[in-house]
Every structure is written in structure tokens, then in C-alpha cells.
Design a protein around this ligand. Structure first.
Ligand code: HEM
Ligand code: HEM
Length: 451
């Protein structure tokens, strides 16, 4: 595609020579929440070992902290890098809106802080990952609207400046804004217990269709991401087209599948979910069709390996008898970890490294790379073993015993190592913020515009 690009577009997508400071700020905010949420993770891992300690915590006991832990990992650590991605795609880091990026990140973090306090104080919709209620239910969507408005102003301000930009790129940015506008409203509406209750008797349990649906949403994100991050290599059109054709074919398969009361014991259900295995060779091939900054190599490999592990183990978990054994056990906590601490986290670090360019060194220290990935692997193995035992004996994780305690102590240790790795990144991100960046304020933008 490069050959069809005008110089401005090529420049927009080239890896930055110096660190874009607004992306560094987004990385700093997300790492702040990673460290906070991981510290809370360590606390809840201790509470599971010593439940008596809950008494010292007054009303802020395990059940409230676990909600805060999960939401801060999701809406802080795994969401704020996407704000950095949007800053880059819409060009918010240079131009008249550059000075507004940081306040918007602070509004997001403040809303998350209010959310955390409200969950600790016992206010919650009771819905997993949609616990927003009271003030927090308005503040967090409002923070998302603030980010959206910033992107709108950026697009308007850059409209004439970017007149050389291809019409397709402009249309994609407009379309992106329309889709993004839905998110705050959907979060607000879905957080209401009146829409569907926290425990929903109308859902018929897991189906191949529902698992395939959400996994295909992840595949769509995987296929779209490179277009906002870099350029295509020449001569790979077929590979990229194959990726999109397979996605469309699987979406049609998914639409044709039975839902609701359909059992995961039906071959049509588990075989169709097995169609995801095609992404084992396709995803690395697709990503090889794009130019990446040399700094990304380590985390690109990591996220592709975690993705392969997630698809294979997720499918095996769904199979008849396997899911019946692991249902409601620590085995699924292990799956959540492969998905979020393994795959999603390494994907987002890879995205941040590409966006930061040379500044991506903050994620590339050998010690924190192996500390993080090694501890996540250990955590997943420990939870799979605990879940396997729990499948035979549901009291295994409730009644303290030597084996259970050993697994939980080792889980605590791997959690402490993950916390240390995240602290390492956070300290380096704070250093990066003090380095001179590529951002240009309003004056520089005006100079560039007239040049
Ligand atoms: C220092 C590292 C961490 C520790 C010690 C830790 C600890 C814990 C503990 C003890 C639980 C409760 C498990 C249970 O229900 O028995 C939990 C749940 C969870 N954590 Fe973490 N965590 C850590 C990091 C993370 C990260 C990085 C993510 C995501 C990016 C994450 C996402 C989750 C999710 C989604 C659950 C709910 C799992 C489920 O119920 O299936 N955690 N964590
Ligand atoms: C980033 C992608 C993914 C995320 C964030 C994710 C997250 C989760 C979470 C949080 C749960 C609930 C765990 C619990 O009840 O404790 C879950 C369940 C499950 N996931 Fe995933 N998952 C992902 C991808 C996949 C994939 C690709 C597959 C299959 C190929 C899969 C198969 C399953 C199965 C079979 C269950 C159990 C459903 C049940 O019976 O409750 N997941 N997932």
C-alpha cells in the first residue's frame, strides 16, 4: 500500500524518531492502574490464604476488593493504551488539541478512582465488569465522551491540513468516531440491572456461537490494529485478503449456529468453535505482512504465542466433559489469566512499543519481560492444577489443606513477581515522561501549517 500513499500519510505512519509524549502519558496512566490493580491482586491472594484478615478490613473485604481488582485491570490497564492508539490515529498529539490529551487522561483516571471508591463503599450493579452505579455510572461514560470530543476537535482541526490524506482514510476516521460514540452510552445502559439481571436466567449457558462471537470480535480487532499502527509491506495483498475472507466466512458460520439452550455437547457447537484454530498460522502470517519497529519483536512474538495458547486451551476447555469438569473452578480463573494477563496484556504492550518507537525500551528490559511472562505461565499452571482438583472435589479450594495452601502460596509468589515487573515498567515510564518528546503545541502546529 505504501506505493499508493502520499508523503504526509507515510510520515503519519512512520515509527516516531522521538517519543510521542501523549502516547507516553497514556502508557504511564495505564501502568499506574496496572501497578494499583496488581497490588490489589496480591492483597486478595493473601486474603484467600488468610480469610481471617478480612475482619481487620471492616467493610472493605475480599468481595469488594476483587471487583476493584478486575475493573481496574480492565478499564485502566487494558483500556488506556487504546486512548494512546486513538491519539496517534487521529493525530491528537500534534496540533491545537495536543495540550488537551493529558487532561482527558486525567479525567479518565479520576473517573476510575471514583469508581474504585464507590465499589469499595458497596455500590455496585452486581454485574461482572459492568459494576458502574450511582455517580460513577455517569462519570466514567462522561470521561469517554471527553476523549471522543477531543478526537472530534482534532479531526476538524486537521481536516484542511490533511487535505492530501486519502479519502478512504478520512472516511475510516469518521466511521470510527461514529462507532466510538456508542461505547459510553452502551456502558451506561448495560450497567443497569433493569436491562438484564446480574444472574440472567434467560441465557442458556455457554454455546459455541457465543464463544465464537466474542472471539471473532477479538479477531476483528487483531486484523484492524495494524492499519492504525504502520504500513503494509509490498507484495502481501493475498495474505491480508485471506485474513479478511476467513473472518467473513467464520462470521457467517457463527450467524448460522443455534444459540440459547444449545448444549456444548453438540458436535456442531464445538466443531464450529474449533474453526478458530485456523488463526494459529493465519495471525502470524498476517502480522508478517506489515512493517514493524524493530523494538516490537519481543512482544510481537509474546502476544502471538499467548494468542495461540488462548485459542487452543480455550477450545479444549469448551469440549464436552472438559468444560463439565472445569466449570466454576479455578481452572477458569487460569483461562481468564491466559486471556487477559497473557494475551491482552502482551498485545497492548506490543501496540504501545510500536507507538512509542524508540521510547518502547521501557517494556524491553530482559528481566521484566521474563519476570512477567514466566509468572503468568506459573499462575495459569497453578490455577489449572487447582481447578482440576476442584473439579473432583468442590470443597478443595474452600477448605484449607496442605496442597491447596501450597498452590495458593505459589500463586501469591507469582503475583508478587508480576507486581515487581509492572513496577519496573511504571518507573521507566515515569522517566520517559521527563524526556523531550515529539509533541508540538499550537504555535508549532501553526508554523508547520504555513510551511
Ligand atoms: C499481581 C498480579 C495479580 C494477582 C496476585 C491477581 C490475583 C487475583 C485473584 C486472587 C483473583 C481471584 C481469583 C478467584 O476468584 O479465586 C483474581 C481474579 C481475576 N484477575 Fe487477577 N491478579 C493479578 C493480575 C491480574 C491481571 C494483570 C489481570 C488482567 C489483565 C487480572 C485479571 C483478573 C480477572 C479477569 C479475574 C477474574 C477471574 C475469574 O473469575 O475468572 N489479574 N486475580
Ligand atoms: C481475549 C480473549 C478472551 C477473553 C478476555 C476471555 C475471557 C473469559 C472469561 C473472563 C471467562 C469467564 C471465566 C469464569 O467464569 O471464571 C471466560 C470463559 C470461557 N472462555 Fe474465554 N476469553 C477469551 C477468549 C476465549 C477463546 C478464544 C475461547 C475458545 C476458543 C474461549 C473459551 C472460553 C470458555 C469455554 C469459557 C467457559 C465458559 C463457561 O462455561 O462459563 N475464550 N473467558
Amino acid at each position: 500500500m505504501e506505493e499508493f500513499m502520499n508523503p504526509k500519510m507515510r510520515d503519519e505512519l512512520a515509527p516516531p524518531r522521538r517519543t510521542p509524549q501523549v502516547v507516553a502519558s497514556a502508557a504511564w496512566h495505564s501502568l499506574l492502574w496496572l501497578v494499583t490493580a496488581n497490588a490489589i491482586g496480591v492483597l486478595i491472594a493473601i486474603l484467600l490464604l488468610f480469610p481471617g484478615l478480612n475482619q481487620a478490613l471492616g467493610e472493605w473485604t475480599y468481595g469488594r476488593w476483587v471487583t476493584v481488582h478486575m475493573n481496574l485491570e480492565l478499564y485502566g490497564w487494558t483500556s488506556l493504551p487504546l486512548a494512546g492508539f486513538l491519539f496517534k490515529v487521529y493525530g491528537a498529539g500534534s496540533g491545537p488539541t495536543a495540550n488537551w490529551c493529558r487532561p482527558v487522561l486525567w479525567v479518565w483516571s479520576a473517573a476510575l478512582g471514583v469508581g474504585a471508591l464507590s465499589w469499595l463503599s458497596g455500590y455496585s450493579s452486581g454485574k461482572l465488569f459492568l459494576d458502574w452505579s450511582g455517580y460513577a455510572r455517569i462519570l466514567f461514560p462522561a470521561a469517554l465522551v471527553a476523549l471522543w470530543l477531543l478526537l472530534v476537535f482534532t479531526l476538524v482541526a486537521n481536516w484542511s491540513y490533511a487535505e492530501n490524506t486519502a479519502i478512504a482514510t478520512r472516511a475510516a476516521k469518521l466511521m470510527g468516531l461514529l462507532i466510538l460514540l456508542l461505547v459510553p452510552f452502551l456502558i451506561y445502559i448495560a450497567s443497569s440491572p433493569a436491562i438484564y439481571p446480574a444472574v440472567n436466567p434467560d441465557t442458556g449457558g455457554p454455546t459455541g456461537a457465543s464463544q465464537l462471537e466474542s472471539s471473532l470480535a477479538v479477531v476483528t480487532i487483531l486484523l484492524l490494529l495494524p492499519f492504525g499502527l504502520t504500513q503494509r509491506k509490498a507484495g502481501y495483498t493475498r495474505t491480508i485478503a485471506t485474513g479478511w475472507i476467513v473472518l467473513v466466512a467464520e462470521s457467517l458460520l457463527c450467524a448460522a449456529l443455534g444459540r440459547a439452550d444449545i448444549s456444548h455437547h453438540l458436535p456442531a457447537q464445538y466443531l464450529s468453535l474449533g474453526s478458530l484454530l485456523v488463526w494459529l498460522p493465519l495471525t502470524p502470517a498476517y502480522y508478517a505482512a506489515f512493517n514493524w519497529h524493530s523494538n516490537t519483536r519481543r512482544w510481537r512474538m509474546a502476544f502471538l504465542w499467548w494468542w495461540a495458547a488462548l485459542v487452543v486451551t480455550g477450545w479444549v476447555f469448551f469440549l464436552p466433559r472438559v468444560l463439565d469438569h472445569f466449570k466454576f473452578t479455578d481452572g477458569l480463573v487460569g483461562h481468564s489469566f491466559i486471556a487477559m494477563a497473557g494475551f491482552t496484556s502482551s498485545l497492548l504492550i506490543f501496540v504501545m512499543v510500536q507507538l512509542l518507537g524508540e521510547g518502547g525500551w521501557i517494556f524491553n528490559r530482559t528481566r521484566s519481560f521474563y519476570l512477567w511472562n514466566g509468572s503468568v505461565i506459573a499462575y495459569v499452571l497453578l490455577m489449572t492444577i487447582a481447578g482440576w482438583r476442584e473439579g473432583f472435589d468442590p470443597s478443595f479450594t474452600i477448605v484449607p489443606g496442605i496442597f491447596r495452601n501450597l498452590l495458593y502460596v505459589l500463586r501469591l509468589l507469582s503475583g508478587i513477581l508480576m507486581l515487581l515487573a509492572s513496577l519496573d515498567w511504571f518507573v521507566d515510564a515515569s522517566t520517559l515522561l521527563r524526556e523531550p518528546g515529539t509533541d508540538t503545541g499550537t504555535a508549532d502546529f501553526a508554523k508547520e501549517k504555513t510551511a
